[in-house]
Design a protein around this ligand. Structure first.
Ligand SMILES: [Ca+2]
Ligand SMILES: [Ca+2]
Length: 297
């Protein structure tokens, strides 16, 4: 556990004044605005936006918990992508893609079976759990065979203690959560038996999260599982058409997100295009959300 518990003083979105560019490029520097790095001490050089000897990164600021620390080292989260080992690779392409995206940002991302998350100590090995959810047991299509059940009772303590959870896709659809009431309660979106619509996913103006991390609209080429809308107090972040389709909120020291269209489930969908690099907006959204759930920003 690398400390996903630590919330930022002053609220979830208190960080200001840093360039996301250096971080997003994996530490590639912004131009040195003054061109005077050679005459500065190490303390002065870190945070000037220019990558210099001895710095792993420089995001142009001195704020911690945003991927590049105040001493210009990378900050890493430990992330579980809940999956099933016996699923075929093709069924897990979305998770494999997401793991690679997170590793490229210097995080430790693992595909893990739900049985590796079903004790409190196992769960605490991770800063963030991305819920595989319904039909994660690929051998079964039964609605009662839901991997989330394995660790559902542990979710309240995990979340209140500073853990993060990110859910998407069918997790909040209809009968699938009957056995996972704690996860249903922990997520910022209500469950629903409703169907879904598409295709364009757009950022919600006025969202605190979106104001910091706007994304390019992207298309869901099949389903957008929007569930039943945001709960009171949640920060509503995405729409599909005019429909509320994703939100985030803080619970205790922890953070939870639901984004219907992203489908971070080990299940075959054309929606894999959301994470295969063809649509930058969806990648930016999910990576920032996982980092936010882990206590960044
Ligand atoms: Ca520097
Ligand atoms: Ca920083």
């Amino acid at each position: 556990m690398t400390g996903g518990a630590a919330p930022q003083p002053g609220g979830a979105f208190a960080v200001a004044g840093e360039s996301a560019a250096g971080r997003a490029a994996g530490g590639a520097p912004d131009a040195d605005p003054g061109g005077s790095g050679g005459n500065l001490s190490a303390d002065e050089r870190c945070g000037n936006g220019a990558l210099e000897p001895g710095e792993a990164c420089d995001d142009g600021g001195n704020v911690n918990r945003d991927g590049c620390s105040s001493v210009c080292t990378f900050e890493s989260l430990t992330i579980a992508l809940e999956s099933k080992g016996h699923c075929s690779d093709s069924e897990q392409l979305v998770l494999i893609d997401l793991a690679e995206l997170l590793r490229a940002r210097h995080h430790a991302a693992y595909l893990v079976d739900a049985s590796s998350l079903d004790t409190a100590s196992e769960l605490r090995n991770f800063d963030v759990v991305v819920l595989g959810g319904v039909r994660s047991n690929c051998a079964s299509s039964s609605v009662t065979d839901n991997d989330l059940d394995a660790f559902d009772p542990l979710i309240p303590d995990f979340l209140l203690g500073g853990g993060g959870i990110v859910a998407s896709g069918w997790v909040l659809w209809g009968p699938y959560l009957d056995h996972s009431p704690n996860i249903a309660a922990a997520l910022p979106t209500v469950r629903s038996d409703d169907t879904m619509s598409g295709p364009l996913v757009t950022p919600v103006p006025g969202s605190a999260f979106i104001s910091r991390f706007p994304f390019q609209p992207f298309e869901v080429n099949k389903y957008a599982a929007c569930a039943g809308g945001s709960k009171p107090g949640a920060d509503r972040i995405i729409n599909v058409g005019m429909r509320d389709c994703g939100a985030i909120w803080q619970r205790g020291k922890g953070r939870a997100a639901f984004v219907g269209p992203l489908f971070t489930e080990p299940y075959l969908y054309e929606n894999q295009s959301l994470l295969d690099g063809s649509q930058p907006g969806s990648i930016e959204l999910i990576v920032r959300l996982v980092e936010w759930a882990g206590g960044f920003y």
